[in-house]
Write a protein that binds this ligand. Structure first.
Ligand SMILES: Cc1cc2nc3c(=O)[nH]c(=O)nc-3n(C[C@H](O)[C@H](O)[C@H](O)COP(=O)(O)OP(=O)(O)OC[C@H]3O[C@@H](n4cnc5c(N)ncnc54)[C@H](O)[C@@H]3O)c2cc1C
Length: 321
């Protein structure tokens, strides 16, 4: 029997909420093919999280614990997952297309001689074949991919594009997966991890994002975006124009060379809607645009638009809310 392996990301000692999206989708694939969902838990002290994987729909959990695994490392994590694939009869692998996932799964595909379809926004079945959807051409087309291999098939899910199903909880059987530190070596070593987040909601996990662009005129006015974001319990994002201008750090950039986000609500303030920005936010459920130019391209993708001066509208919105 060929099973579905899920890489469950652990952040600050907790299972990332995105892992539940992966487990739920893996459950759907396993049920379709009559196979099992195996969760891969890697870290320095992660065994207590095994039951959480069961709640998300895993039948079994492979726990690989070692102090070397404390910090995510492409080379070592990739090698451990490749060994899990060869030892556990794995046919599909599911993970998140996060910052880590983007680096990890390409490596894993090469190590396991498999194939990768990244950044999926939907997974369907056509007979016994799996069909993966992924937005292309800056979000202007939905591309459908299938696998042309009998080897392991890896799919990464766009964060927040999938809603975890309820009622998948089960008692997962946990097993240790031996970590041989002489076998898993890396040329790189994480010396220190510094979190920039400061307790903020990460852009890729936020349900609501308020983003600002060059239309805010000057760096100090970004505070208007942050005020509204705070009011809504949202994350604050930005266009590349104001990241390049050093008004805000890169971690806030949304778009082709920034984060791909998928919130329920995206509020774009003084952002023109260049194709590279749209590539990172066009799949948001609802988009509100505030722009003083009625012909700005952002209005083409907006659910609702406000034509006006963001510097006047933002404080009013924040106050009314
Ligand atoms: C390879 C490549 C990769 C890129 N990657 C990204 C990326 O990841 N993310 C990204 O965002 N961009 C990216 N870009 C840049 C992109 O092409 C645009 O230049 C950028 O998105 C523009 O940012 P902006 O909308 O803030 O600024 P502008 O395009 O200057 O738009 C400002 C908007 O504000 C409006 N405005 C002005 N004053 C006000 C006001 N008072 N109130 C309301 N509205 C007002 C204007 O009408 C205008 O529409 C990339 C470009 C390249 C070439």
């Amino acid at each position: 029997m060929s099973n579905v392996l899920v890489f469950c990301e652990v952040k600050e000692g907790q299972l990332s909420p995105l892992s539940f999206e992966c487990l739920s989708e893996a459950r759907r694939i396993a049920d379709e093919y009559g196979s099992k969902v195996i969760a891969a838990l890697l870290g320095d002290a992660v065994s207590a999280l095994a039951s959480e994987c069961g709640k998300g729909g895993a039948d079994r959990v492979l726990v690989c614990q070692d102090s070397v695994l404390k910090h995510y490392n492409d080379e070592i994590y990739g090698a451990v997952l490749a060994d899990m694939i060869s030892q556990e009869s794995i046919n599909h692998v599911i993970g998140s297309a996060t910052f880590y996932g983007k680096a990890l799964f390409g490596r894993l595909a090469a190590l396991s001689n498999g194939a990768l379809i990244p950044d999926a926004t939907a997974i369907n079945f056509d007979g016994d074949k799996i069909v993966v959807e992924h937005p292309g051409y800056g979000g202007n087309a939905i591309l459908k991919f299938g696998f042309n291999t009998e080897n392991v098939k890896i799919i990464t899910l766009r964060p927040k594009a999938f809603v975890p199903e309820e009622g998948l909880s089960r008692e997962a059987e946990a097993a240790d997966f031996a970590f041989d530190s002489s076998k898993y070596e890396s040329k790189a070593k994480v010396v220190e991890k510094v979190s920039e987040g400061g307790g903020e909601v990460p852009l890729t996990e936020a349900d609501i994002i308020v983003s600002g662009g060059r239309g805010l005129k000057e760096a100090d006015n970004y505070k208007l975006v942050e005020d509204l974001a705070k009011k809504l319990g949202a994350a604050a994002g930005a266009s590349r124009a104001i990241v390049d201008a050093e008004w805000v750090p890169y971690k806030r950039q949304v778009g082709q060379t920034g984060k791909t986000v998928n919130p329920k609500l995206y509020i774009a303030c003084g952002i023109s809607g260049a194709i590279q920005h749209l590539a990172g936010m066009q799949s948001s459920k609802y988009i509100v645009a505030i722009n003083k130019d009625p012909d700005a391209p952002i209005f083409k993708v907006a659910t609702w638009g406000i034509v006006g001066n963001a510097l006047e509208i933002l404080p009013i919105l924040t106050e009314k809310l």
